[in-house]
Design a protein around this ligand. Structure first.
Ligand code: GH3
Ligand code: MG
Ligand code: MG
Ligand code: MG
Length: 301
């Protein structure tokens, strides 16, 4: 597994408690501390998402239960394992904390050896889950995001679009005469070609919110939030050029003596979108079909 150093956030209103926990764990983890829940919320939302949080319950202002509830309600923070470390020792306190989604509950005064062991076990599980999630969303051949990742993001972006009314552009990208490429150069060369094309089109968008994925076979999809037809066409043009610049020889293509792609574009741009994400996808497919019919190696909007 990765040798990344995990980050633990310690939240407690007593400096002595923070100190005790930090000294126990600092040899093995990167430690962040917060003296109240509001500060912890700020750290997690604004700067660092830790791999685990040790969370006191009784604190002035927002208490630990409330912070836990907030963290579990946000997409970006809901998978952070939380261990309550608290003086509240009643069964109902513990049950309440675990019901809120905490992975564990430790009462003060704590045993250092047990805190260390529980933290280690939960972090090991968290890093494994992160790794599996990454594998589940990546295409094995090309190492770019896969269709599962694309479908997930499309659902999210569609929901966001319904709220913010920003345009959402979708490109469907398909390698031209790829069957002939495989037939003549072999499946191994075909795989290598797919990898090079994937890499070339994946590196074109410059914004982190843009997503380029392998949709299946020799087909790719790009999701460009807050992008209108002009912006998306510009990017598609860069993808066509990037694949041409690879100069992969394809003597059996009817388009050119090298590997080319065709692109279909659809944009959704009303403040209150009618239809569905599925229809947007179908519209991009239709454009792609037109690009093929009109001679390939081109973009159709
Ligand atoms: P068009 O220009 O109309 O898109 O024609 P095409 O030949 O590219 O389209 P077609 O759908 O007929 O063929 C797609 C080919 O892509 C067939 C399939 O063997 C190949 N293919 C799909 N996935 C892979 C893969 O992972 N590796 C390799 N080497 N080939 C693949
Ligand atoms: Mg306290
Ligand atoms: Mg094709
Ligand atoms: Mg195809």
């Amino acid at each position: 597994m990765s040798d990344k150093i995990a980050t633990v956030l310690i939240v407690d209103d007593q400096p002595a408690n923070i100190h005790a926990l930090a000294s126990l764990l600092k040899k093995d983890y990167r430690i962040l501390t917060a003296i109240h829940a509001e500060k912890a919320w700020e750290i997690v939302r604004r700067s660092t998402v830790p791999d685990l949080i040790l969370l006191d319950i009784l604190m002035p202002g927002m208490d630990g239960y409330e912070l836990c509830r907030r963290l579990k309600n946000h997409e970006a923070t809901k998978t952070i394992p939380i261990i309550f470390v608290t003086a509240l020792g009643e069964e109902r306190d513990e049950a309440y904390g675990l019901d809120l989604g905490a992975v564990d509950y430790i009462t003060k005064p704590f045993s250092p050896a047990i805190v260390r062991a529980r933290v280690r076990n939960h972090i090991s599980l968290k890093l494994k889950t992160d790794m599996l999630e990454q594998v589940a969303l990546q295409d094995g051949l090309t190492q770019i995001p896969n269709r599962r990742c694309f479908d997930q993001r499309l659902r999210k972006e569609w929901a966001r679009l319904t709220r913010n009314g920003q345009p959402l552009a979708l490109l469907m990208i398909d390698i031209d005469h790829f069957k002939a490429y495989n037939d003549h150069y072999g499946h191994g060369a075909g795989d290598e070609c797919l990898q090079r094309v994937a890499h070339a089109i994946h590196q074109v968008p410059k914004r982190p919110i843009d997503l380029v994925a392998r949709y299946g076979g020799e087909e790719f999809a790009a999701l460009l939030p807050e992008t209108d037809e002009e912006g998306a066409s510009h990017l598609a043009g860069q993808m066509l050029s990037a694949v041409q610049a690879l100069g992969i020889r394809h003597a059996y293509s009817e388009v050119a003596p090298q590997v080319t792609i065709s692109i279909g574009l659809a944009v959704h741009s009303t403040a209150y979108p009618k239809g569905s994400a599925e229809e947007l996808k179908n519209a991009a497919d239709q454009s792609l079909y037109q690009a093929k019919a009109r001679g390939r190696n081109r973009l159709v909007c």
